[in-house]
Design a protein around this ligand. Sequence first.
Ligand code: UFG
Length: 319
Amino acid sequence: MKLLVTGGAGYIGGVVAAQLVEAGHEVTVLDDLSTGHADAVPPGARFVEATITEAADVLPGTDAVFHFAAKSLVGESVERPGLYWAHNLGGTLALLDSMRAAGVGRIVFSSTAATYGEPERHPILETDPTRPTNPYGASKLAVDTALTAFARLYGLAAVSLRYFNVAGAYTAADGRTYRERHTVETHLIPNVLAVARRLRESVGVFGTDYPTPDGTCVRDYIHVADLARAHLLALDACSEGEHRIYNLGNGTGFSVTEVLSVCREVTGHEIPAVVRERRPGDPAVLVASSEKIQRDLGWKPERASIREIVADAWAALPR
Ligand code: UFG
């Protein structure tokens, strides 16, 4: 199939683009390189450096769009909400209009656990209330709402995948490795591993007074290779006039302290950690139920162990 991957020079978009190329699809990556890296685009894909509002030129003849391009820093979204609404909602609406004009009827959208906000129970089901606590989550939820409307009104075939905590690295069949390398790194595992690699002196632990067994936040970590594979299944599941939403996690929570100790075991480094204030807006626990995608699409995580996720991220970090 002829596929467009927006944000395909980013961490997750790059892995999905690589898996799509490996599966024999004809892939075009559209990315403005505002946060992505040109060398994260897989060699078998065509690369167009442009924003999603400029997608009209590349869309004709496309069978489906994988939409990753977005602003994704929770903290920044609180400081600059307008930027998040403009890029994540405004940009996506422009993309959806261009898709309609070009007759492209299928989209797989990169949604997020942040659409749920502070959950009432665990694991979180897709039918649970969506009450985002920051503009990032709100803007992604608004896109999910728009996709439902476009499916009803215009027959769009859409699947939203709500990611929990994505980590690890992917090595493609050609030996290339795709890893997380954000210029502004907010995520726990890369920050911890940067200490082991002596790129930082210590890592902050944001809050030890949460209502969790050890007082630190609990998250559901999912391997980027497992996550990416779900996108290929979602493409096959796209059905005209239907918008499906699936959570993607492993269904098991690990605390910040537990992740730290796994990172220490895997790297053999001491990894000094310093207790800091809570980070505003962090829910105490976020754990997904991914039963729906397992049941509907037959998705199964193959690298569910936190040790394997950390080991792959560590092996991919340049020496
Ligand atoms: N943490 C630290 N130190 C760090 C980085 C993170 O203690 O240096 C803690 C955080 O406070 C949190 C946990 O580690 O408790 C995980 O934090 P991440 O930043 O790795 O991930 P988040 O759970 O904050 O973010 C994820 C997704 C976001 C999404 C969010 C929803 O990456 O895209 O879940 O809450 F918006």
